[in-house]
Design a protein around this ligand. Structure first.
Ligand SMILES: [Zn+2]
Length: 452
C-alpha cells in the first residue's frame, strides 16, 4: 500500500499551480499526482483542506556546527528547527571541526548526520589556499558544491585572488559549482583597526561597508569570466552589489553566476540592531533600508536566484557579549526561512510559484540534487510541505528550535506557515511540532548539476 496520500490540496511548483493531490509509494518516492476529485488510499491519508502543497523546501546555506561545536548546534537540534520550519533538505557548510575540506572531514560530517539528522542533507566542501589540488577528489566524493571565503574569516580559511582563479579553474574542469562569500579582506581589516575603540553594535556593520561587497563581487565576476566556472555569489546584501551583478550579466549573458539572498537581508535592516543588539549581528551585516528594498526587489525580479538562510547559530553566552568585536556574527535561520519568504507571497508581493522556485526547485538544480528533490514529479522523493496561507503568527522565543535560542526575527508577524512537513513519504512535523520517531534523514550524494 502507498505510504502517504494528500488530497484536496492546491499543488504549487515553480511553473504551475492547480488543485490536486499526491501519492507517495512505499519506496518514499512520488507515485502519482492525482486530480482534485480523487481520494487515494494509503497508510496515512491527509485532507489538505485546500491549503498549498509544495515540493520540500531546501536550505542551501546551513552551518550545522556538527561535528565540533555542540554548544552552538548539532544535527539533532538544527534539523529539529528545519523539520518544524518546513525544510526537508539542508545543504551543510564545511566549517565544522574537522572542517569538510578533506576526505576525512567529509566522512566525519556524514557520520555526524547519519542516524541523527531529521531531514536529508548534503555536504559542501571547503576550499582554501591549501587544498585546491584536492578539488577533483572531493567532487568525486559526492559533495554538492565547493565553498570559499574571500573575507571575514581566519586567514587559513580564505582564498586570495590567485587562489580564487585556480579554484574556479579546478571546479570548472570537473563540472562543479563553487559558492563564494566575497567582501574585501583589506577593507575590513583596516576598518576594524580604525573602529577598535567603538563599543556600539552599529560599528559591526560599519566595518563591513557596502563598498567591500561591491569590490569582492567585481573579483568574483572577473573570476567567472576568466574561468567560465559556475559560481554562486552568496548572501548578496546591498543595492550596489545587485547592480554590479546585473550589469555583468547584461554584458555577458553566458556568465555563470547565481545569486543567493537571505531572509534577514530582505526582511530586516539596521533597525533590527537597535532592537536586538548583538543578536542582530551577522556577516554580511544588516544593511540600510534601501539595501533591504533592493534585496526584496531582486527576489521578486529574478535578479536573485534562490533564498538561503545562512543558518549560523552561536551559543547564547557568545551572542550576549558586550562589544561588537567580541560577538561572533551569525543568526539562526532554519526556523524562519520558510515563513519569512512565504509571507511575501501571502501578501501578494511575489507569486506562489516563485516560492517553489527560490526555496526548492532552483537550489535543487543549481546544486545537483534535482534528480531527487525540488519537484512534484513521479519518481522524485516524496518530500512535501503543506502551507496554510492564512495562518498568521508572531515569531517568539518559543518559535526558535535552534540551540541558538534567539533570533532577530522575534516580534515579526508573518502570514503563511508550514503545518505539515513530509520527508520521503513520512510526516516528520505537524503544526510546528516534531512528529516523533527515529531520525530518518540521510546524506544525499549529488547527481547532475543543471544550470541551463
Ligand atoms: Zn554562511
Amino acid at each position: 500500500m502507498a505510504l502517504l496520500a494528500i488530497h484536496n490540496a492546491r499543488l504549487v511548483t515553480e511553473t504551475w499551480e492547480r488543485p490536486g493531490g499526491i501519492v507517495v509509494g512505499d519506496d518514499g518516492r512520488i507515485e502519482a499526482l492525482v486530480d482534485a476529485d480523487v481520494r487515494p488510499d494509503a497508510e496515512t491519508v491527509v485532507d489538505a483542506r485546500g491549503r498549498l502543497l509544495f515540493p520540500g523546501f531546501i536550505d542551501a546555506h546551513v552551518h550545522m556546527r556538527d561535528p565540533g561545536y555542540p554548544h552552538k548546534e548539532t544535527f539533532a537540534t538544527g534539523t529539529l528547527a528545519a523539520a518544524c520550519g518546513g525544510v526537508t533538505t539542508v545543504m551543510c557548510m564545511p566549517n565544522a571541526d574537522p572542517p569538510a575540506d578533506s576526505a576525512r572531514g567529509i566522512e566525519a560530517m556524514r557520520a555526524a548526520g547519519e542516524g541523527r539528522s531529521l531531514v536529508d542533507f548534503t555536504i559542501q566542501a571547503g576550499v582554501t589556499q591549501d587544498n585546491i589540488a584536492d578539488i577533483p577528489a572531493l567532487w568525486n566524493a559526492g559533495v554538492s558544491s565547493f565553498e570559499a571565503l574571500l573575507s571575514d574569516a581566519p586567514a587559513s580559511m580564505l582564498l586570495d585572488s590567485d587562489g580564487l582563479i585556480r579554484a574556479a579553474e579546478a571546479v570548472a574542469a570537473c563540472g562543479g559549482v563553487i559558492g563564494v562569500y566575497t567582501g574585501d579582506r583589506a577593507l575590513v581589516e583596516a576598518a576594524l583597526d580604525r573602529l577598535a575603540g567603538r563599543t556600539d553594535f552599529a560599528a559591526f556593520a560599519e566595518a563591513r561597508a557596502p563598498l567591500g561587497e561591491a569590490m569582492g563581487l567585481a573579483r568574483l565576476i572577473e573570476a567567472a569570466r576568466a574561468t567560465r566556472a559556475r559560481i554562486v555569489a552568496r548572501q548578496v546584501s546591498t543595492a550596489r552589489g545587485f547592480a554590479t551583478i546585473e550589469a555583468a550579466r547584461r554584458g555577458d549573458p553566458s556568465l555563470s553566476i547565481a545569486v543567493e539572498v537571505t531572509p534577514h537581508h530582505f526582511r530586516l535592516d539596521t533597525g533590527a540592531v537597535d532592537r536586538h543588539g548583538p543578536f542582530a549581528l551577522m556577516v554580511p551585516p544588516l544593511r540600510a533600508p534601501h539595501d533591504r528594498q533592493a534585496s526584496r526587489k531582486a527576489l521578486a525580479s529574478n535578479a536573485a536566484d534562490f533564498v538561503g538562510s545562512d543558518h549560523a547559530p552561536h551559543a547564547m553566552e557568545e551572542k550576549s557579549r558586550s562589544t561588537p568585536w567580541e560577538v561572533p556574527g551569525g543568526t539562526p535561520g532554519l526556523d524562519t526561512i520558510v515563513p519569512a519568504t512565504v509571507d511575501l507571497a501571502a501578501s501578494g508581493e511575489i507569486p506562489w510559484t516563485r516560492v517553489a522556485a527560490v526555496l526548492s526547485s532552483v537550489p535543487a538544480r543549481l546544486f545537483g540534487i534535482g534528480h531527487r528533490k525540488g519537484r512534484l514529479a513521479v519518481g522524485t522523493d516524496g518530500d512535501l510541505v503543506l502551507i496554510d496561507p492564512e495562518l498568521t503568527k508572531t515569531v517568539d522565543a518559543g518559535s526558535i528550535r535552534s540551540r541558538a535560542g534567539r533570533s532577530p526575527f522575534e516580534g515579526m508577524t508573518l502570514t503563511g506557515w508550514p503545518v505539515l512537513t513530509v520527508l520521503r513519504g513520512r510526516v516528520i512535523a505537524q503544526d510546528g511540532r516534531y512528529a516523533g520517531g527515529e531520525p530518518s534523514g540521510r546524506w544525499l550524494p549529488r547527481g547532475e548539476v543543471d544550470w541551463s
